[in-house]
Design a protein around this ligand. Structure first.
Ligand code: NIG
Ligand code: FE
Length: 389
């Protein structure tokens, strides 16, 4: 069965060979889906026939968002911590232990229900590819369990046993556990490995030496590295990400010129998480400097109950435009093609022929409305793997 989506007032293809500029923009466009892939894209007037037809009535279309950084497997919430923070308390990551306790106490069914609810929420807002990390289990059995459940929802799963050192454990012993038994139990369910790397011990995260050991062990087990880097302050995470050839350095809130130059001279994507900076009252990352230096930038939600409880890529786009000073085109690219780069995927994040048929229609005339009308549910139709959801 093929489907013709036609009468698209604007279509972002992210394929410069298909349309104008880095977004590969087409006007009055159409797209044909067959076997869940893009089979044809071009001018509506030249579109071939198909088995069925969806009239976009002049609306704008774009590739489904690629949310390359989330922590969806958890139980409970941290609304009291958020409320205290908005009254002046700082964010230190110390609340992670509360989510760990709630997650360990939850049944598989409860965890599965939570992931399912958030994945549906994200899909309704246009996210058609989603990465999910573990990191709220922090025991051999619970990390493997969280990844096994995450794997039911996505192939893009990340082992984050090195989220924090559990309060009842010695750091050295915990690093050895993460590199050994926990990694062996997690690896069958994970594609990636991640470490929360910060220089300070205050937040119970991992210094460069521990992060290097964990990521090296992960690579030996077949998991490719990515790093929570430079979130709470300046630190070694970005340089380590580049040194190890990590797919992405995530957060990048506190960067110096050497960090920016290192990212720009590497294939490591700078994944910016403005929802976390918003919700922790942190400064925003130097996105303009990253882009102007030539770094590849992705946008993601960081959806988690502590630092960023949003599943909304449109909200992150609006923040990126207003607060990080991306143009709407740069922000939309970062939320689609940029996320695909951060996950080293060539089959999502664009609408070239052969890509997965992941298409979002907006109740708006152009992609700029995602920032122009912040907080408004503009995503009107989501086609995921060729199916209208
Ligand atoms: O990406 N920084 C570490 N991890 C998460 C927050 C986790 C939490 O507060 O529960 C983040 O912001
Ligand atoms: Fe995160």
């Amino acid at each position: 069965m093929s489907l013709l989506v036609t009468n698209l007032g604007e279509l972002v293809t992210n394929d410069p060979a298909t349309g104008v500029g880095p977004l590969g923009l087409l006007r009055d466009a159409a797209l044909v889906v067959a076997d869940a892939r893009v089979a044809w894209v071009g001018a509506a007037a030249a579109a071939p026939a198909a088995d069925s037809r969806l009239d976009a009535a002049g609306r704008a279309g774009l590739p489904g968002f690629v949310d390359s950084h989330t922590h969806l497997v958890f139980a409970g919430d941290r609304v009291a911590e958020f409320t205290a923070r908005m009254a002046g308390e700082p964010y230190t990551g110390g609340g992670i232990s509360r989510t760990v306790a709630a997650t360990r106490a939850a049944s598989d069914a409860e965890l599965r229900a939570g992931v399912g609810r958030l994945c549906r929420e994200a899909l309704r807002q246009g996210s058609t590819t989603i990465e999910i990390k573990s990191g709220y289990g922090l025991s051999v059995a619970d990390e493997a369990r969280c990844l096994r459940i995450a794997r039911e929802y996505t192939d893009e799963t990340t082992f984050l046993g090195a989220h924090v050192v559990p309060s009842d454990m010695d750091t050295g012993d915990y690093v050895a556990l993460v590199c050994g038994e926990m990694l062996s139990a997690a690896a069958p369910y994970a594609r990636w490995i991640d470490v929360f790397c910060e220089p300070s011990r205050d937040c119970h995260a991992f210094d460069a030496e521990a992060a290097r050991a964990i990521l090296t062990a992960g690579a030996a087990a077949g998991l490719a590295p990515r790093i929570h880097a430079n979130q709470l302050g300046p630190g070694p995470g970005v340089q380590l990400a580049v040194e190890l050839g990590a797919a992405s350095a995530d957060h990048c809130t506190h960067l110096d010129e050497a960090d920016i130059a290192a990212l720009a001279g590497s294939s490591t994507v700078a994944t910016l998480l403005p929802g976390a900076d918003f919700s922790t009252r942190a400064p925003y990352p130097p996105a303009r400097a990253l882009l102007d230096a030539g770094a590849t930038v992705a946008l993601a939600t960081d959806c988690n109950p502590g630092s960023s409880y949003t599943s909304s890529m449109p909200f992150c786009i609006a923040l990126a435009v207003r607060e990080l000073r991306l143009t709407p085109a740069e922000a939309v690219w970062a939320a689609t093609a940029g996320g695909a780069r951060a996950l080293r995927r060539t089959d999502v994040g664009h609408l070239g022929v052969g890509a997965h048929a992941d298409l979002v229609l907006l109740d708006a005339a152009s992609h700029s409305y995602l920032a122009y009308r912040p907080g408004v549910p503009l995503v009107s139709t989501v086609i995921h793997r060729g199916e209208v959801t």
